[in-house]
Design a protein. Sequence first.
Length: 422
Amino acid sequence: MTIAIFTDTFYPMVNGVVTAILNIAEPFADKGHKVIIVTPNIKSKETYSYPGIIVKKIKSLPAGFYEDFRWTPPNSYSTYKLLKNEKVDIVHFTSPWTTCYLGIKLARALNIPVIGTFHTYISDPSYYEHALKGIIKISEKTPWNYINMYYNKADFITAPSQYTLNDMHENGCNVKGKVISNGIDSKIFDNSNWKDFKEKYQLGNNTVLFFGRIAQEKNLPVLIDGFTKAWEKEKDLQLLIIGEGPLRKSFQKKLRTEPVNKNIIFTGAIPHEDLVKSGVFKACWLCATASKTENQPMTILEAQVNGMVCIGANAKGIPDLIVNNENGLLFSADNSNEISDAILKLYHDDKLYTKFKKNTLELIKKHDITNITLAWEDCYSKVIENYQKGLYEKKDYLHTREILSIFKEFKFDYKALLHKKT
């Protein structure tokens, strides 16, 4: 089959969404399917190529409110022509943004089915409040109203976690769907250099790992606070923070005068292709996240496939991966005391840690990329078949006027705007 995946983030950016897309595209191409990835054009020396995958880049401009988002035009004749010439069987969009708007529009023009996958929890206040910068006020329902404009135009939807699929349906999405994991390929990892990694960053035997984007939605202040409380009782604990983002410098500046500073190491960004072969997953003892906005984080999947015990916030999709007291520990969202307790509990209980590690390696098997590829093949095939049989409601494309109607729900805080200017 030939599938066209529309995504608003792709190389040179590397994040969980990009990794999840490649976990579909590359195994599909390996099996002889044809894959087209349509994405905004970003000027960069880094390029992506893979046998059997066509990357179509369309003109784009920075969105301004979030570095990973870019505006793309509502029409692209060259993309339409490409999809038509390649006889695309199905369009798969991955976010409610302008490139995916184009994907829905072209699918309807070409009379082919549409699948939508919900990856990023933009309905969470930590996302939209950051984007709107306090100048625009919206209700909690507004993000869902916007999200549903896109996903209700799909013929079928998927989500990586059961929590997320339920949440979509509870908040106004009326399209049937199923859970398909982001998947993980254990074969891409190599931990043979773990001793070199430990030496490079001067790590001991009790290093807590966080890796990912250093931004507001990751809730790092709470993780750092929880780690600090644990460190005050066990001084050989270390926290390794791998990643880049808008808040890294401010965190480092704030920690500079704190006693715990010498035990918190910021590495900056490590390219994903280097990270998976760096040995970090064997060099570190525990993986932790305090994020409350996760759907199905690739970081946790990557840690778990390497046998790392994980602790995380009991929020959204995290409990789908971290089963409390079975393969890790959950703590209440925003509760740094419980983070400290979880770290210290595993620090002092080797038997429990060993049990969690064993269970982690067993539970991660259901996310193996081979199984997930089969699940996607089955899903695409059934949606294509059902569409051709006329089993789905006939739908129009998403009109620009529908998207613009969301602005009616915006309320401008002029005092906040004046405050920012002064």
